[in-house]
Ligand binder design. Structure first.
Ligand code: ADP
Ligand code: MG
Length: 694
């Protein structure tokens, strides 16, 4: 059956449908209604107040016509039900509505009702034309549909005249004429009380009750979440069961010397339990794929070092990849300080190193002289060859994508992988985005940290800020001043920071001020960071390059300029640069007097809480999953019907059901599962491509 076999679909209309992705009759029924008109919620005209209430009314158009001239030209229509009448008016789109609104036809209008003298009036209502069967109530027909689906209709099929009413008719024709096979096992359908697939489509397009529609929609959500979870479980098995170097087992000399002799502090409970989980993963003889979540400052680096030493103790190399050069360099320095006395060979690999130096480093990596390689994306370039990579750490995972993780994995033979993130990811997102990872969480911070005092300060109070900063500096504190990244223009971004730098140098002549931004060369950046760390610079003016990971414990004040332009998670990351030492720390959020409601809510959240998990939840609510994760996170699976935030419970059910089913029937070989298998295998292939696992 082709689209044009359906009566009413002309070649022109078929073309319009195709341009919107509807190629076949089957596509047509996958095109779900935008909303529903429930007749039980429809207002009788006699009951309308005309005080600006938003309602739906239904009736016959008894008159329609244009009036007025020029700018006053308008289209008016009178809608009449058995209780009264109402006037609808359009000032825009007159020619379109003149075609749509026909005298004697039956319609539903939705809009805001106002009273003008004796008239009830609706300006620019949304219009839904109903067929004579749909208007059955009018004709005394008892079997009229109580619930009428409304399709995107004209807005969707931009240039061609396809109304929601036409779509309704066509969809019903298709449902009558094509067979839709079921693929969920009967046992599941009956367990969850889901309608069969064909029936479910009918309940979406022509529900008799809201409950029927609800159940059908849940079925479609479940269906996609279930396939997703089946693939997750399958893929996890495939990776994990390829055993990596099994001899990486016991805690050996380096690891114990590091924790007993070198590390100047006790591990926190969170650090201990995470290291325990890592050790268990390694002992299992299967590849580790673990996500470590811990708030900023929770001490993830030490855990990473522990994991890397376990690998080195067993004759493997380890790698640690960070998203910025500044962070990579910082890791390089602290690792060198702690590990070189133990005889561990560490190399730094970043983008713009001199060619000769780079060649040397690459040789050390491929020859095995480098036990640990610290660096940026440069590590995953083609030219890097490892001698024997056994452990890969990705720091600040949220700055990388899925593809980069896969590339790092390919640098060794199934090295263990530990990804670390300071942006806590709410469970529903973690379950989908990092579905292939096991999860460790550090919930505690090292002892002795003082809570950071956070204040929002408006422009008129800048004087006070100046006095406060002077005090703090005189007491020996150090200050960060951060300017926002302006997405559209890196140059602009730079200009802000540079001007700020000049200004601050004038305002604080007694202190050394440094400038840091992404355009500086590596050695320049490194020099500035070292000067700040050693307190040769007291005020560091910077763009957001210091956002992640940077650790200067004596710095206790952070001023964020234009704080209203930052996202919540980013503010939290920035604030995480302070509160790392013995001093009481302060975070000052400089904000414009004028702010959007969302910005105000963000700043208020920052003042109220320092808990990264709470901030992440709030951020997710404000921005939704896509923006929350940012463009780099291409890893979020797209669901057509399910929403991973509001349907989390269903995701959990789908996950448990998938585990259970694959446990009972690993290859889906049972005859009851053959239809499922046929749908699942191609789906799995797509997923494999995505994770680059095939
Ligand atoms: P993050 O989790 O944000 O990467 P870091 O690993 O940079 O945190 O650690 C933050 C600071 O806390 C560092 O100065 C680190 O040396 C210190 N630190 C880590 N673990 C502990 C601990 N158990 N006790 C005291 N200080 C610790
Ligand atoms: Mg860190």
């Amino acid at each position: 059956m082709k689209l044009t076999d359906i009566s009413g679909i002309s070649p022109a209309r078929a073309k319009a449908l195709q341009e919107s992705g509807v190629y076949t009759p089957a596509d047509l029924i996958r095109f779900f209604p935008r909303t529903y008109l429930d007749r039980r919620n429809i207002m009788k005209i006699v009951r309308l107040q005309g005080s600006g209430e938003k309602v739906t009314v239904m009736g016959t158009v008894s008159a329609a016509g244009e009036s007025g001239f020029g700018r006053k030209k308008r289209l008016e229509a009178v809608l009449q039900d058995e209780t009264g009448q109402l006037k609808a008016v359009w000032f825009k789109g007159i020619s379109y509505f003149r075609k749509t609104i026909k005298k004697g036809e039956f319609y539903a209008f939705f809009g805001t009702v106002k009273r003008f003298g004796r008239y009830l009036s609706m300006a620019h209502p949304e219009v839904e034309q109903l067929s004579s069967t749909e208007s059955g109530a009018q004709n005394g027909n008892p079997s009229f549909a109580a619930i009428i689906p409304v399709y995107p209709g004209n807005q969707f099929f931009k240039n061609t005249y396809i109304t929601s009413g036409l779509l309704r008719k066509w969809v019903l024709t298709v449902l009558d004429r094509i067979a839709i096979p079921e693929f969920l096992p009967d046992a599941l359908l009956s367990r969850f009380g889901y309608p069969e697939r064909h029936t479910a489509f009918r309940h979406i397009h022509a529900p008799e009750t809201p409950e029927q529609h609800q159940k059908a929609l849940e079925r479609f959500k479940f269906e996609e979440l279930f396939l997703f979870e089946l693939s997750v479980v399958t893929l996890k098995k495939e990776v994990f069961d390829k055993a990596p170097g099994p001899e990486m087992m016991e805690t050996r000399p380096l690891t114990s010397r590091f924790f007993n002799e070198v590390l100047p502090f006790e591990l926190t409970d969170g650090q201990k339990s995470t290291l325990g989980e890592i050790k268990r993963d390694i002992r299992s003889g299967r590849q580790m794929n673990r996500l470590l979540q811990g708030d900023v400052g929770s001490g993830k680096t030490v855990v990473a070092i522990g994991a890397m030493l376990m690998a080195i103790d067993s004759g493997y190399q380890a790698v640690m990849m960070a998203p910025t050069e500044i962070l990579a360099e910082q890791h390089y320095h602290s690792l060198s300080e702690w590990l070189e006395p133990l005889g561990v060979g560490i190399r730094l690999l970043v983008g713009n190193q001199k060619k000769v130096l780079r060649e040397d480093i690459l040789t050390d990596i491929s020859g095995g002289k480098a036990d640990i390689v610290v660096g940026t994306h440069a590590i995953i370039q083609d030219s890097t060859r490892f001698h024997r990579l056994g452990m890969a750490i990705i720091d600040e995972q949220h700055r990388f994508g899925v593809a980069q993780r896969a590339l790092l994995r390919e640098k060794g033979e199934n090295p263990h992988i530990l990804v670390m993130s300071a942006t806590p990811i709410p469970r529903s997102l973690a379950m989908t985005l990092y579905s292939d990872l096991d999860m460790s969480i550090i919930r505690d911070l090292p002892p002795g940290r003082k809570e950071i005092v956070t204040r929002v300060v408006r422009e008129p109070e800048r004087e006070k800020l100046h006095r406060f900063l002077t005090e703090q500096l005189q007491e020996g504190g150090q200050v960060y001043v951060v300017y926002p990244l302006i997405e559209e223009s890196e140059a602009m971004d730079l200009k802000n920071a540079t001007e700020g730098f000049d200004q601050i140098r004038i305002e604080f002549p007694d202190f050394r001020v440094g400038l840091l931004h992404g355009r500086m060369s590596s050695p320049e950046k490194e020099q500035v960071m070292r000067d700040f760390k050693d307190n040769r610079i007291q005020i560091l003016v910077s763009t957001t390059v210091i956002e992640v990971g940077v650790n200067v414990p004596n710095a206790s004040v952070m001023v964020v300029e234009h704080a209203e332009r930052f996202g919540l998670s980013q503010l939290h990351q920035l604030r995480g640069r302070i509160g790392r030492g013995a001093r009481q720390s302060y975070c000052v959020l400089m904000a414009d007097v004028k702010q959007s409601r969302e910005a105000r809510s963000r700043l208020a959240t920052m003042q109220q809480t320092g808990d990264g998990f709470r901030i992440a939840e709030a951020d997710l609510k404000l921005r939704g999953p896509g923006d929350f994760l940012g463009t780099r996170q291409s890893g979020l699976p797209e669901f057509r019907h399910a929403d991973i935030l509001s349907d989390q419970y269903l995701l959990e059910i789908a996950k448990n059901t998938a585990l259970e089913l694959l446990d009972a029937d690993p290859g889906l070989g049972h005859p009851d599962h053959s239809a499922l298998k046929k749908v699942f295998l191609p789906y799995l292939e797509e997923k494999k491509k995505f994770f680059r696992m095939s």
